[in-house]
Design a protein around this ligand. Sequence first.
Ligand code: CU
Length: 144
Amino acid sequence: MKKILSLAFALFTFDIAAHHLIIEQPYAKETIPGSKVNSAYMVINNHSDKSLKLLSVTSPISDRIELHEHTFVDQMMKMQQVDAITIEAGDYVALQPHGYHLMIFKPKQALKAGKEIELSLYFDDGSTATIKVPVVGLSKKSNP
Ligand SMILES: [Cu+2]
């Protein structure tokens, strides 16, 4: 299933502003029935010579989106909010399951596989990236 996902999303690449910021393979998970949160993932490339910080994210779909990270504490997976996600110069950061992710609280409509949501990402150098993020199914069955 992972292989199919990465093929499907390789096409979604966003080249932002002065070409120093490239966002690849964004996707959000379909809403789990009964759940009030969603997670979204992507790879953020920083092709500039300065480190960049992702500070905040907004979307028409939710009034509250937080930057989160998963960490292992006493062999338990914990999730915590972070103030920023730093992407070093010439480097990239992958937001992925069990790592950094965007937490979307109380989406105004449940996210459905096959749809898209819009996210705006705000960086500390003043860059803003507004991207379309495809929603993927929770199970293989709901994947196209
Ligand atoms: Cu989270």
